[in-house]
Design a protein around this ligand. Structure first.
Ligand code: LLP
Length: 463
């Protein structure tokens, strides 16, 4: 990149390292609404606010790092999904993205159902009042205890993931004198265009029962024979952070194909199909996600068309968005610590968190953006890498971004779009204390998940 393309004159590099953002944004103080929660704004003094509260006040009251979640935005997104899919479909929020009791209550208020994938998520959901029949229970290796708890609680569906589980769930249900509503998760053989670790519909992986070789048809045969099970449908989840609808199209085509085969073989039409979650969000300004109404329209059309072709009644559709609801509604607030310019390379900006509160960059090579939020600055852009305070060099929060060159220790910076898979995948690496989640709404902030303390760490250390 030449100096003229970068008029501010990078203080570190005439030749920028490979993989750097192509150019600094025109205005470093601008907060792109694509990546920031909907109530985020700046005061005339330049301080960023969320839900009408200044981040400087939030940092003072709750400390940093902290996840700040915009309750109004969360509810709006949840409602948008609910409304887009309408009364003849169900939206199950995927709790793995982020779950807390406040979130369960918001979902309940907004008419969404909930997908859980562990005993812990189930307990959280039930303890916050989510009716069990609105809960779907997932997982490729549910324990006997988890299955028993789920059936006793009366969950609306268990998504069966293996041949062994078909028998196990049937047996447990029967021993409890119940008939459990179930779906069978199949892998349809789609290569979703996303990171390998979060693609889930190709056959060579741990989830689901392959459609290939007649295995899914055999699973259906077995499930239909067992008294403890009521088979209500087929489930497919093709992966996560997907923008391209073609994967869903192929998945729907194959799932409907199986429904047709089931009708032909058994004379029954299963009433439901679940197309999973996986819709992408904007992590940086370069991403262009689809709106829920476009997704709903596309999925409804695909399924109806396929069913018409197969002369099947259109089944009730369900979807399981996690990231697309919670991801954009939160950001992580950090305080800048040390700043280390490396000549000819970039400037390392260290923050008071890191891979313990956001593992996604290290794990998936995820892209994030970052902004100075405690003030504005007219200084030149400098190419930075935002890193944490952990003892490893892969502890990167934002690989490449621009921050103003007058950045100083004590400034507050924030990384947007961290609502999904950040707090839920947070760790205690280096005995870091997991940050709180603070919900902000109409000028009020309240802690919904408190910061971990050293006492919390010591309480578990019973040796
Ligand atoms: N349904 C099922 C069966 C799933 O396995 C998942 C995600 C979802 C729904 C929700 O997917 P979403 O709409 O949130 O993309 N930790 C990774 C994502 C793993 C997703 C696992 N399953 C990440 O940080 O990107």
């Amino acid at each position: 990149m030449s100096r003229s393309a970068h008029p501010a004159g990078p203080r570190h590099a005439d030749v920028l390292p490979e993989g750097h953002p192509s150019a600094p944004p025109a205005d470093l103080n601008h907060l792109d609404p694509k990546v920031w929660a909907s109530t985020v704004a700046r005061t005339p003094d330049g301080v960023v606010t969320v839900g009408g509260v200044e981040v400087t006040a939030l940092a003072e009251e709750f400390g940093t790092p902290a996840y700040l979640i915009d309750e109004v935005d969360f509810r709006e997104r949840a409602r948008a999904w609910r409304t887009a899919f309408g009364a003849d479909a169900d939206v199950f929020y995927a709790g793995k993205a982020f779950l807390s009791r406040a979130v369960v209550r918001w979902l309940h208020d907004e008419g969404l159902n909930l997908d859980v994938c562990s005993g812990g998520e189930l307990t959280t959901a039930l303890s916050a009042g989510m009716p069990a029949d609105r809960i779907a229970f997932h997982g490729n290796n549910k324990s006997v205890d988890e299955i028993e708890t789920a059936i006793r609680a009366g969950v609306g569906r268990i998504v069966l993931d293996s041949f062994q589980e078909i028998v196990r769930v049937a047996h447990i249900a029967q021993s409890l004198g119940k008939r459990q509503r179930v779906q069978i998760r199949i892998t349809v053989g789609v290569e979703a265009h996303t990171h390998e670790f979060i693609a889930t519909a190709h056959e060579d992986q741990k989830f689901g029962i392959p459609l290939a070789g007649g295995q899914a048809a055999e699973a259906v045969r077995r499930a239909l024979q067992l008294d403890g099970l009521e088979l209500i449908g087929i489930h497919s989840h093709i992966g996560s952070q997907i923008f391209d609808m073609s994967g869903f199209e192929v998945a729907a085509h194959r799932v409907v194909g199986l429904l047709k085969d089931i009708r032909d073989e058994h004379g029954i039409e299963l009433p439901e199909i679940d197309l999973g979650g996986g819709l992408g969000i904007a992590y940086t300004s370069a991403d262009d996600p689809r709106e829920p109404h476009e997704i709903a329209k596309a999925l409804h059309e695909i399924v109806s068309r396929e069913c018409e072709g197969a002369r099947l009644r259109t089944p009730r559709i369900s979807v399981e968005p996690g990231r697309a609801i919670v991801g954009p509604t939160a950001f992580t607030l950090y305080e800048v610590g040390t700043i280390k310019p490396l000549d000819g390379l970039r400037t390392y900006v260290s923050v008071d968190g890191g891979m313990s509160d956001n593992i996604r960059t290290a794990l998936y090579d995820a892209e994030y953006s970052v902004a100075l939020v405690s003030r504005t600055s007219e200084a030149a852009p400098m190419l930075v890498r935002v890193v944490g305070k952990h003892c490893e060099s892969g502890d990167i929060v934002v690989k490449d971004a621009f921050l103003p060159a007058d950045l100083a220790p004590g400034d507050l910076i924030a990384v947007p779009a961290t609502g999904a898979y950040c707090r839920s995948m947070a760790s205690n690496y280096n005995h870091a204390l997991r940050p709180p989640v603070v919900a902000v709404r109409e000028g009020e902030a309240r802690v919904i998940v408190r910061r971990e303390t050293e006492e919390d760490l010591l309480r578990l250390d019973v040796g």
